[in-house]
Design a protein around this ligand. Structure first.
Ligand code: NAG
Ligand code: NAG
Ligand code: NAG
Ligand code: NAG
Ligand code: NAG
Ligand code: NAG
Ligand code: NAG
Ligand code: NAG
Ligand code: NAG
Length: 825
C-alpha cells in the first residue's frame, strides 16, 4: 500500500465516522453544544436523562444509584468509568424513577417528584431565564437573554470543588453520609469570616459547629484584615491556594506543587465522607488506571484529632486506624457491634449490656476483659489509679460496673466509661494496654464443661401429718435408725402403689378452661409429652419427681422449660393440689424458679417451670476448679433472699423443707434460684390423710425432725446453714473418707466448728486464695453458718436476719457451739 493510498483509506474511515455521528438523533446533537433551551425536561429513568457539556466530559441530570429505581440529581464526570459525582443538592438524597427536572423560563430549574410536587428549585431573583448551559468546566449556568449569569452550580457546592471554582467567605463544602448515601454527613469545610479554611464536624441536623477543628489554614490575621484570607481559589491548572484580601493575586497558602498537567488530568478536591479533604487527579483519557489518585490531603492523621465533645473521627466506642493517604478505618472493638450495620464509620454499641444494676451476681462471673495493645480512647476517663499495677487495674475495672475499658500504661490505670470517644490506634510498642470489658456468653463455658447432673442423696422419710398451713407436726417421735427408714420407704411405696392402682380406673380429664386465679398456664398432658419429645431428655431426679427438658410456644415466644413429673398423686387431693399449685404460682422473686404452668390430667401431675440453663448449685459447687469466691458469696446471698421471701414475704408462708444444693438452680447469669419450694406440702396432700410423710435430705435436715417438736421455718434455716458451709468450702456435707485431708472430719458441720474454734479457716477453705484474701467476709459467712446450724432451733436466727448478716448490714457475734450436748465422733 502506497502512502497516498493509505491517506485515502484513512479519509474514507473519517468520512464514515462523521457520517455515523450525523446519524445520531438531532436532540443529542443539540445537547452536545452545551445549551439547554427553555422548557427542556429530563425524566429520571429515561435513557440519556442528562444534559452534556460541549466536550461531553460533564453531564447534568439523573444518575442511577446502586439501589434500583433511585436517582441522584447531579453533575458527574461522564467520560470516566465510575462517573464520579461532583455536584448534587445537599438537601435531597435521592429521587424516585419518573421524577423530572424542567428548565422553566420564570424560575429556572425545577425538580419534581413523579406526583408533581416541587422538591427543589433554583433562585434566579425573579430574572427571566433565557437558557441553561452545561460548561466544560463542570459548571451548570442559567443565563439571561443578555448572557448574564443568573445562577451557577459552582456557587452552591456540595462536597467537591473543581478547577475554576472558588470558595468565597462564608461558603462551605459538606461531606456526604457515606460513599453511596448523599445525605448530609458530619464533616464540612468552611471558609470562615476570619479568612481561615476550617475543617470541622457539625451535628446533623442542627448544623451546630463543633469546636474540634480537623484542619485550620491559619490564614487570618488578627491585626490586619487585608492580610487575611479572602478566597479559596482552585485554578484551572489544578493549583489551589488562598488569596489575601489586600492583593488578590498573592498566595497565602499554597496547597499544591508540581501538579499533574491539567491538560492530561482531571482535578477535583473533595471532602470525603470520612472527613479528609483530598485533592485527587485522574487521567482524562482512559488508560491503565481507571482510579482517582490522591495528590494532597488534610488532616495528616485524622485519628489523632480529638475534642472534649463529639465522638472523634469515628463514631462513639469505635477505634480509628490510619490507612494510606490519611484515610481512616473505623473498627468496633471485640464485644461491640455497629449501631447501624451499614455505617462502618458510625458508632459501635456493646453486643450485650455492660450496664450497672441490671443483673445480680458477681462481675467476674458475667464479664471478662480482653487485652488489646496500643489502642486508646483519650479524654474518656472518669477515674485514674496512680500508681497502679496491671492486675489491680484489671480487677478494678472488672468489679466496677461503670468501667467499660481500662487503659494500663506506664504505672497508671485509667478507667473509662461509655460512650468512649476519640478511639484510636497508638503506636506505643505494647506499652499501653487496653482492657476491654465484655459480657461472657449467655451460657458461660463453666455451664457446658460441668459434669452431668449431680446425684441426689437418698431422701429421709419420717411419718407426720399436716396441721396448719406451713406448719407440720411429726407423728414419729423417735430418732429413727436406717433400717427403719428402709421399711418406711417400702411401706410408703406400697401405699402409693395401692392408691395408684385403685384410682387408675377413674381417669378425670380437665377442660382447658379450668383456669386458676393466677396467670398460670394449663397444659394438656399430650402437649407436654409432645414438647418434651415423650419425656426424652431428663434433667434430673429429685425427691418429688423427675425433671425433663422441653420446648414450647409460651405466650407466642419459643421457650425452653423444665417440666417436673411428680411422683404418684392421689386424684382425691385434686382440690388441694390446685390450691397448692396456685399458691406456688403466686410467688414471684428473682431468687426463685418461676412456675409457668401445670397439668393435672387423670393420674398425671406435672409442673412446668422456667428452664435454668446453668444447672444445679451442686454441679457448680462440687466441681473442679472451684467456682470463684465472689460468685459463691453472691449465690449464698441470693438463696438467703429467696428464703426470706418464702418465709416472710409471700401471701402464704412456704417452708421449703428440703434446702440443699440440688434444689438450688442457676440461671444464665448465675443467679441462685430456689426450686421445689411448696412441694413438701403438695406431697403431703398427695397421700392418705392418716399416713403422711415429710421428706428432707440426710445431712441437711434439722434435728427437730427427729423429735416431736413443731416444725417451723427454722428447719430451712438449719438446712441453709449446712448449705452455706458447703458453699464456703465447696465440700459436701458428708464426704467420703477417701476424699478427706488429714485430720478432716467427714461431717462438714463438725469440721466447720473445729476449724472455726481453732481459728483455722484456711484449713476449711483449703487453697481458696480469693476467699482467704476476703478474710472479713469469710469469717462473717462462717459465723452466720454456725448460727444457722444451732441444734436448738430457738437460737437460730430467722432468714431475714441471716440475709442481713451475710450482706453485712447487721453485725454478727461469735456463735456458741452448735451441738452442745452432742457426742459426735
Ligand atoms: C447550540 O445549538 C442551538 C441549536 O442547535 C443553538 O440555538 C445555540 O446557539 C447553540 N449554542 C452554542 C453556544 O453554540
Ligand atoms: C415554553 O413554554 C411556555 C409555556 O408553556 C411557552 O409559552 C413558551 O413558548 C415555551 N418556550 C419554548 C422555547 O418552547
Ligand atoms: C414511569 O412512567 C412510565 C411512563 O409514563 C410508566 O410506564 C411507569 O410505570 C412509571 N414508573 C413509575 C415507577 O412510576
Ligand atoms: C424562556 O422563557 C422566558 C420566560 O418565559 C422568556 O423570557 C425567554 O425569552 C425564553 N427564551 C427562549 C429562548 O425562548
Ligand atoms: C465556561 O466557563 C469558563 C470558565 O469559567 C468561562 O470562561 C466561559 O465563559 C464559560 N462558557 C460559557 C459559554 O459560559
Ligand atoms: C441515607 O441516609 C439517610 C439518613 O441516615 C437516610 O434517611 C436515607 O434513607 C439514606 N439513603 C439511602 C439511599 O440509603
Ligand atoms: C500584587 O501582587 C502582584 C504579584 O505579586 C504584583 O505584581 C502587584 O503589583 C501587586 N499589586 C498590589 C496592588 O500590591
Ligand atoms: C481502584 O479503586 C478500587 C476501589 O477503591 C480498587 O478496588 C481497585 O483495585 C482500584 N484499581 C486500580 C487499578 O488501582
Ligand atoms: C459479644 O462479644 C464477645 C467478645 O467478642 C463474644 O465473646 C460474645 O460471644 C458476644 N456475645 C454475643 C451475644 O454476640
Amino acid at each position: 500500500m502506497t502512502r497516498p493510498k493509505l491517506y485515502l483509506a484513512m479519509a474514507n474511515l473519517c468520512i464514515q465516522l462523521i457520517f455515523l455521528v450525523f446519524l445520531l438523533p438531532v436532540s443529542a446533537l443539540a445537547q452536545n453544544n452545551g445549551t439547554v433551551p427553555n422548557n427542556s425536561t429530563l425524566t429520571a429513568g429515561e435513557t440519556s436523562s442528562y444534559w452534556l457539556s460541549p466536550s461531553g466530559e460533564f453531564a447534568f441530570g439523573f444518575q442511577q444509584l446502586q439501589e434500583k429505581d433511585l436517582f441522584l440529581f447531579s453533575i458527574w464526570y461522564h467520560k470516566i468509568p465510575d462517573k464520579t459525582v461532583v455536584w448534587y443538592v445537599n438537601t435531597i438524597n435521592s429521587v424516585p424513577r419518573n421524577s423530572t427536572v424542567v428548565l422553566d423560563g420564570q424560575i429556572g430549574l425545577v425538580l419534581r417528584n413523579p406526583q408533581g410536587s416541587q422538591l427543589w428549585t433554583t433562585d434566579v431573583n425573579s430574572n427571566q431565564v433565557d437558557h441553561g448551559f452545561m460548561n466544560n468546566t463542570g459548571n451548570f449556568i442559567l443565563k439571561g437573554s443578555d448572557d448574564s449569569w443568573l445562577w451557577e452550580s459552582f456557587k452552591f457546592p456540595s462536597d467537591t470543588i473543581l478547577p475554576n471554582q472558588g470558595l468565597a467567605i462564608g461558603n462551605s463544602l459538606s461531606s456526604r453520609q457515606s460513599a453511596t448515601n448523599f445525605s448530609q454527613g458530619r464533616f464540612y469545610l468552611h471558609f470562615d469570616g476570619d479568612g481561615n479554611l476550617v475543617l470541622a464536624t457539625r451535628s446533623v441536623p442542627t448544623n451546630v459547629y463543633d469546636e474540634v477543628q480537623y484542619y485550620n489554614s491559619q490564614t487570618s490575621s488578627s491585626t490586619d484584615a487585608l492580610n487575611s484570607g479572602y478566597q479559596v481559589t482552585f485554578e484551572g491548572t489544578g493549583a489551589m491556594y488562598i488569596r489575601k484580601a489586600i492583593n488578590q493575586t498573592q498566595q497565602l497558602n499554597l496547597v499544591a506543587e508540581s501538579l499533574p498537567q491539567a491538560s492530561e488530568y482531571y482535578h477535583r478536591a473533595t471532602i470525603d465522607f470520612y472527613g479528609v479533604f483530598t485533592h485527587y487527579y485522574h487521567p482524562r483519557t482512559f488508560t491503565g488506571n481507571p482510579n482517582w489518585t490522591i495528590f494532597w490531603y488534610v488532616p495528616i492523621n485524622i485519628c489523632y484529632i480529638q475534642g472534649e465533645m463529639g465522638s472523634g473521627a469515628c463514631g462513639f466506642n469505635s477505634v480509628c486506624y490510619l490507612e494510606d493517604n490519611g484515610r481512616p478505618a473505623c473498627k468496633c472493638p471485640n464485644g461491640y457491634i455497629l449501631l447501624d450495620p451499614k455505617d462502618a464509620y458510625g458508632s459501635c454499641i456493646p453486643n450485650s449490656s455492660l450496664g450497672c444494676g441490671e443483673v445480680e451476681g458477681s462481675s467476674e462471673s458475667l464479664f471478662d476483659l480482653e487485652v488489646v495493645n496500643d489502642i486508646n480512647w483519650p479524654l474518656s476517663d472518669y477515674e485514674r489509679i496512680y500508681p497502679s499495677q496491671e492486675p489491680v487495674c484489671k480487677q478494678s475495672c472488672l468489679q466496677d460496673c461503670f468501667c467499660a475499658v481500662a487503659i494500663f500504661s506506664g504505672s497508671g490505670c485509667w478507667k473509662k466509661r461509655l460512650p468512649l470517644a476519640n478511639g484510636r490506634a497508638e503506636s506505643t510498642g505494647g506499652q499501653s494496654k487496653a482492657f476491654i470489658k465484655y459480657r461472657k456468653n449467655d451460657a458461660p463455658p463453666v455451664c457446658q464443661t460441668l459434669p452431668p447432673v449431680g446425684q441426689t442423696l437418698p431422701p429421709v422419710l419420717t411419718g407426720s401429718k399436716p396441721k396448719n398451713r406451713g406448719t407440720v407436726v411429726l407423728v414419729g417421735s423417735l430418732l429413727l435408725g436406717s433400717s427403719f427408714f428402709v421399711n418406711l420407704v417400702f411401706i410408703a411405696t406400697a401405699c402409693f402403689g395401692f392408691y395408684f392402682i385403685y384410682h387408675k380406673k377413674k381417669v378425670i380429664t380437665h377442660p382447658n378452661t379450668d383456669a386458676l386465679n393466677t396467670n398460670l398456664l394449663y397444659f394438656a398432658y399430650k402437649e407436654l409429652a409432645d414438647a418434651t419429645n415423650e419425656f426424652k431428655e431428663e434433667l434430673g431426679r429429685g425427691s418429688f419427681g423427675t425433671v425433663y427438658k422441653g420446648d414450647l410456644q409460651i405466650r407466642s415466644k419459643n421457650t425452653t422449660f423444665a417440666v417436673k413429673k411428680l411422683y404418684r398423686m392421689d386424684q382425691d387431693a385434686d382440690k388441694e393440689f390446685r390450691a397448692e399449685v396456685e399458691s406456688i404460682g403466686q410467688t414471684n422473686h428473682k431468687n426463685l424458679v418461676r412456675l409457668l404452668g401445670f397439668c393435672d390430667e387423670g393420674q398425671h401431675r406435672l409442673l412446668v417451670y422456667e428452664y435454668m440453663s446453668c444447672g444445679t448449685l451442686a454441679r457448680l459447687l462440687f466441681n473442679n476448679p472451684k467456682p470463684s469466691w465472689s460468685m459463691r458469696t453472691q449465690i449464698a446471698i441470693g438463696i438467703a433472699r429467696g428464703l426470706v421471701y418464702l418465709h416472710e414475704e409471700c401471701n402464704t408462708q412456704i417452708i421449703h423443707c428440703d434446702i440443699k444444693p440440688q434444689n438450688v438452680l442457676l440461671d444464665e447469669y448465675f443467679n441462685a434460684r430456689i426450686s421445689d419450694f411448696g412441694l413438701a406440702k403438695l406431697l403431703m396432700i398427695n397421700q392418705s390423710r392418716t399416713f403422711t410423710s415429710i421428706r428432707g435430705t440426710k445431712g441437711y435436715v434439722a434435728p427437730e425432725w427427729f423429735r416431736s417438736n413443731q416444725i417451723t421455718a427454722k428447719v430451712d434455716v438449719y438446712s441453709f446453714g449446712v448449705l452455706l458451709l458447703e458453699i464456703i468450702s465447696c465440700r459436701r456435707c458428708v464426704e467420703n473418707i477417701e476424699n478427706l485431708g488429714e485430720g478432716e472430719n467427714p461431717i462438714l458441720i463438725d469440721w466447720a466448728w473445729d476449724c472455726f474454734q481453732e481459728g483455722r479457716l484456711d484449713m476449711f477453705v483449703e487453697n481458696d486464695l480469693e476467699a482467704l484474701e476476703d478474710q472479713m467476709m469469710l469469717e462473717r459467712f462462717q459465723m452466720v453458718a454456725m448460727w444457722c446450724i444451732q441444734e436448738n432451733s430457738s437460737l437460730r436466727p430467722k432468714m431475714r436476719k441471716v440475709s442481713q448478716m451475710l450482706e453485712g448490714i447487721v453485725e454478727v457475734i461469735a456463735p456458741p457451739c452448735p451441738s452442745p450436748f452432742s457426742t459426735t465422733g
